[in-house]
Design a protein around this ligand. Structure first.
Ligand code: AMP
Ligand code: MG
Length: 320
């Protein structure tokens, strides 16, 4: 069992000693280790059962501090940094040698994020190293958005969970890299900052979020975010196999008329994308407690955070 608390000093002591600590962020909870200590980082891969070819994102509290560990940032990415950091944005930038290969899966670039969660910012400000932190869940499973989610799945393997309440954004960061050939930003993962907002700052960007052919980034593979119950995007397809009583639903604003209301989780009765994103991962966990055999999760409109929510729903539906 991990200890759960709000003691930044304790979290710092564990990290300095090369141990793992789960940390709250505005996107999801992270499983953190000293990114400059390869032995500490190796424990992240072991505890998550994450393949070593999947690179980690490093976190710190200020861009100026990050310049110790990363090389120059291309100007358009610098503009994104100014607009959205701290916040749910990860920039993939050239790394300095001090970042060990285990963090980046041998790539010459590193994912950099500056979270806005106040407790974690204070923790990061107290450290003289960045922390590597993927989501604090077993590989391929739904990301945690509160301390209890982390305790339930990884509590046995880590000494401390820093409790910062429920994650405000609820979706992982939007990942933006730099494409050398086109000299343009490229979005590698849809996330907490809507594509429309990215494009207002950086202009038209390329999207490369589904690359089932690229074994280097399994976070981008179709079958990810797997809950244990089968998820259908289409009600018709689900009704071909199950009766209405056997089905639950995760819906945006309104319950589906043909299914029992008690078995349906509403993401945002007001139709608010931000609220829907906040609730999504908790809902994907709650469906496991519902007395149903499978779940229908119709896609949201393909705009704003609806895009990133749909990305996670498609992946949940693609697994088993
Ligand atoms: P997670 O830590 O689970 O949120 O996943 C982090 C994801 O960030 C990885 O699966 C990659 O898709 C992406 N990523 C991290 N570092 C890099 C990098 N240097 N180049 C490309 N993608 C990266
Ligand atoms: Mg993850």
């Amino acid at each position: 069992m991990a200890e759960i608390g709000t003691d930044i000093e304790k979290a710092r002591a564990y990290l300095e000693a090369g141990q793992l600590v789960a940390i709250p962020t505005e996107t999801v909870y992270g499983l953190a280790a000293n990114a400059l200590n390869p032995g500490a980082v190796a424990q992240i891969f072991a505890v998550k059962q994450r393949p070593h070819f999947d690179p980690l994102i490093v976190h710190t509290d200020r861009l100026e501090k990050a310049m110790q560990w990363i090389a120059a940032i291309p100007a358009p990415l610098q503009q994104l940094a100014e607009a959205f950091m701290p916040g749910p944005l990860t920039l993939v930038v050239p790394k300095k040698d001090i970042i060990p290969d285990i963090v980046t899966a041998g790539l010459p670039t590193v994912g950099l994020r500056i979270p806005s969660h106040p407790l974690t910012r204070r923790l990061l400000a107290s450290l003289n190293f960045p922390v590597a932190a993927p989501s604090a869940n077993p590989f391929g499973y739904v990301s945690p958005t509160n301390a209890r989610h982390v305790e339930a799945q990884l509590g046995e393997h880590i000494p401390y969970i820093l409790d910062g309440g429920s994650s405000q954004i609820g979706l992982e960061s939007t990942i933006v890299a730099w494409n050398e050939e086109t000299q343009k930003p490229i979005v590698l993962r849809l996330g907490g900052i809507p594509l429309e907002e990215i494009e207002k700052v950086a202009g038209k960007v390329m999207l490369q979020t589904h690359s089932s052919s690229n074994p280097k980034a399994p976070g981008m593979l179709s079958a990810h975010y797997a809950p244990r119950k089968k998820v259908f995007l289409s009600l018709e397809a689900a009704l071909r196999i199950y009766s209405p009583q056997e089905l639950g639903a995760i819906v945006f604003k309104e319950p589906l008329a043909v299914l029992p209301v008690a078995n349906q989780l509403l993401l945002s009765p007001q139709g608010n994308y931000t609220e829907a994103a906040q609730r999504l991962f908790a809902a994907l966990r709650e469906i496991e407690e519902l007395p149903v055999k499978a779940v229908v999760a119709p896609l949201l409109p393909e705009e704003h955070l609806g895009r990133a929510i749909n990305d996670r729903l498609r992946r949940a539906a693609a697994s088993a």
